[in-house]
Design a protein around this ligand. Structure first.
Ligand code: GDP
Ligand code: MG
Length: 162
């Protein structure tokens, strides 16, 4: 069985950047503005010896209407399809109400989930992480998807469960 890993989080936290890093493609559009990934996007992921399927999603902002509502629904479907969920947050912007909403949803799911603090390149990691312990999701995983930093270690941890 090839595990399925879903990437969820509010728009602009770096889900598509991580998707591209894991699939070694540029299939997912990366942008400075939120909301580019409207549907679920599937890719073949590879990290070291590990192989898995990765799902990129559009993101959940918490006040969805119209196309945003569609994106949020796609994210919830991706969580249902997944064997493990990577919940991404932005280490440069700190905790956001949408993060808390997503955490509340994930708490109700019995899937293995990993809180991933992205964009910790070039900033004080301890300060960047401090905000997110209050989400109550256990251990934090610090990465910089744009540079591949911490990604191998994260996937080793996730895949150890399969
Ligand atoms: P998504 O909306 O969650 O899919 O986020 P994207 O992958 O489109 O990235 C949003 C923005 O964050 C883009 O400008 C990326 O270049 C930037 N970004 C993503 N990962 C990193 C990172 O590790 N470090 C920094 N500094 N910026 C990042
Ligand atoms: Mg995206």
């Amino acid at each position: 069985m090839i595990p399925v890993i879903a990437l969820v989080g509010r728009p602009n936290v770096g889900k598509s950047t991580l998707f591209n890093c894991l699939t070694r493609t540029r299939d997912a559009l990366v942008a400075d503005y939120p909301g580019l990934t409207r549907d679920r996007k599937y890719g073949d992921g590879k990290a070291g010896e590990h192989e898995f399927i990765v799902i990129d999603t559009g993101g959940i902002s918490g006040d969805e209407q119209g196309i945003d509502e569609h994106m949020a629904r796609q994210s919830l479907l991706a969580i249902e399809e997944a064997d493990a969920v990577l919940f991404l947050v932005d280490g440069r912007h700190g905790l956001n109400p949408a993060d808390e909403m997503i955490a509340n949803h994930l708490r109700r799911s019995d899937k293995p989930k990993f809180l991933v603090v992205n964009k910790t390149d070039g900033i004080n990691e301890d300060i960047a992480l401090a905000d997110f312990y209050s989400l109550g999701m256990g251990e934090l995983h610090s990465i910089a998807a744009a540079h591949g930093k911490g990604v191998r270690q994260l996937i080793d941890t996730v895949m150890a469960g399969f």
